[in-house]
Structures are given as structure tokens and as C-alpha cells.
Design a protein around this ligand. Structure first.
Ligand code: FE2
Length: 302
């Protein structure tokens, strides 16, 4: 059996506190490939992160030409797409969701550096819950409705390099988690008990829609931090999800990805699964025509 990178200890910590940090989740070759791939998607950033005293890369002070000004899945190249669908992420989300089938509702890159403006994310955020743009409704304390968020860090996160701050759920035991933002004056105990996620490159933070956390600004004089947000949600819950993937389905990157992806990876973004009544001679031929090169056999055989 493959070793589980998210261990029982991480699971116990997550259940008790609402978050867990998996140090060095990525293997060395995965991290190298992710950084190389990062530079293909957002040119120059991985190089810049190595030496932030060098010249500023593209999109340092302008939005990226994708949804919400941020690079989203599907990415050019393989490494970031693969980490989005790493089997440990869906396994852990399903475990937390007590067996609910999951889908990937978010995958986008994050990059910040000394000298970037607050508008680009280099800012001390207030403590908040992420459900504001991840659900149309409310995240109940019922595991089968839990969304699980993952934040990959591809560069070392030190105290002066904008670590994420997160607070154990012991410090906000109220029944209804609203409002979902607090200033330090309004809820000092959430700030006083925050933990800064300092970790080596390749680590993973796991949290949920009921976990107070905040991004912090880079205070070092020459630093950069690269990462990727990935979130899984129960597939049955149409009211959850930060993006609709069909908006990207016309992109070249999507075509490349969908042709190379496994059936289960496709299902993880909501592509109709084999055996679904959607599949008819018409839809089999239509999808094959639209995405030339895709192997329709698993859908045809079911
Ligand atoms: Fe957040």
C-alpha cells in the first residue's frame, strides 16, 4: 500500500483544531516540477522567488488574464494539474466528508512578493472564513457537507515571508459562524491564538470553511512566496464552488488536459462519468468531435 502523506496525526489535528499542516507533502521531484511548471504559467515567478532582488517578473503589478485576475486550472503543463488531483487530497476530503463523493471546486495559483501592492494580495488580512465565495448557503457543522481546502506552498514560508495565520476552532465555539470577518478589536482571542504556518517548500495547509485564518503581508525586504489553492466539495452540493469550470473549457489548456486526464480526474471536475445517462451515441460523438484525441472507450463501454 502507498504511504499516506496525510497521516492519522494530521487527521486528529484537523478534527480537533479545524486545520492541519503537512510538512514537505511534495516529494523533491514533484516540487521541482511544480516550480518549473509555475514558470510556464506565470513567466519568471519561480526564478524571481529564488532571487527576489532580480528584475520583476510579468504580472508583478498587473492582473493575470484569467478568472478574477488569477491563473486557474487547467494549467499549461502537467505538474500543477497533477498536484490538483493528487489522490491524497480527494482521499482526505472524502474521509472528512464521511464517504461523500467529492469534486474539485477550486484550483488557482497564488504569488506574492516584497513591493507588491495590497490589491495583489500582499496584505495583512482580517481573520475570516472562506465560505463567502465558496457556497451560496452556509457551511454547517455536518461532515457530509464539509468542503476541504488545501494550500500548497512551493517556496519556504518563513515568518517574514507572508505566512498564513490560522486559529484553532476552540477559540470560536459559537453555534452560528456569522459574521465571517473579525477585526482584532472585535475578537482579540482569535488573533491572540493564531498560529503562523511556517514550513518548508512543498508543504500543505489543510483547512475548512469553518476555520478562521488570514493571509499576512510579506515583511521581509526581498522575499517571494508561491503557492496553489485547491478545494474539494461534496459533489452532490450544487450550491458550493468558487468557480464554474465550463468557463475554461474552451481553452487550449483544457483540451490538452481533458485528453490526457484519467476518467477519475475528469469526474473530479464534474465531467459526466461513465454509465451516466448523459452518454448516448450523440454525446459520445459530440465530445469526441469537440476534444480530438480523447479516448471515449470507457464512456462507450459503460
Ligand atoms: Fe481565506
Amino acid at each position: 500500500m502507498k504511504t499516506m502523506r496525510i497521516t492519522k496525526e494530521h487527521e486528529n489535528h484537523y478534527r480537533e483544531h479545524g486545520y492541519a499542516v503537512v510538512d514537505s507533502f511534495c516529494e523533491a521531484d514533484e516540487l521541482t516540477a511544480a516550480l518549473k511548471n509555475f514558470d510556464e504559467v506565470v513567466p519568471g515567478w519561480a526564478e524571481f522567488a529564488k532571487d527576489p532582488s532580480g528584475s520583476r517578473p510579468e504580472y508583478f503589478s498587473s492582473p493575470f488574464p484569467d478568472q478574477r485576475g488569477i491563473p486557474h486550472f487547467p494549467y499549461k503543463g502537467d505538474a500543477l494539474n497533477r498536484l490538483t488531483f493528487h489522490s491524497e487530497l480527494s482521499r482526505f476530503a472524502t474521509l472528512m466528508g464521511e464517504g461523500e463523493e467529492m469534486y474539485c471546486e477550486q484550483s488557482h495559483l497564488t504569488y506574492k512578493a516584497t513591493g507588491q501592492s495590497p490589491k495583489q494580495g500582499n496584505v495583512d488580512q482580517h481573520m475570516h472564513l472562506d465560505y463567502g465565495n465558496h457556497t451560496l448557503a452556509y457551511p454547517p457543522d455536518v461532515p457530509k457537507f464539509w468542503q476541504t481546502a488545501f494550500l500548497y506552498y512551493f517556496t519556504d514560508v518563513t515568518l517574514d515571508c507572508g505566512p498564513t495565520a490560522v486559529c484553532s476552532k476552540k477559540y470560536y465555539p459559537e453555534r452560528i459562524l456569522f459574521p465571517r470577518h473579525y477585526s482584532p478589536e472585535a475578537r482579540p482571542e482569535i488573533y491572540d491564538n493564531e498560529v503562523k504556518v511556517v514550513c518548508p517548500a512543498g508543504s500543505l495547509l489543510i483547512y475548512g470553511m469553518r476555520t478562521f485564518h488570514r493571509g499576512t503581508a510579506i515583511t521581509g525586504t526581498s522575499h517571494a512566496r508561491l503557492g496553489m489553492f485547491v478545494t474539494y466539495a461534496p459533489k452532490a452540493c450544487r450550491w458550493m464552488g468558487i468557480v464554474g469550470w465550463p468557463v475554461s473549457a474552451g481553452k487550449k489548456e483544457f483540451h490538452e488536459w481533458v485528453v490526457g486526464a484519467s476518467v477519475s480526474e475528469r469526474s473530479l471536475i464534474g465531467f459526466p462519468e461513465p454509465g451516466h445517462e448523459f452518454w448516448t451515441e450523440e454525446t459520445l460523438d459530440g465530445v469526441a468531435a469537440r476534444f480530438s484525441g480523447i479516448d471515449m472507450t470507457p464512456y462507450r463501454d459503460s
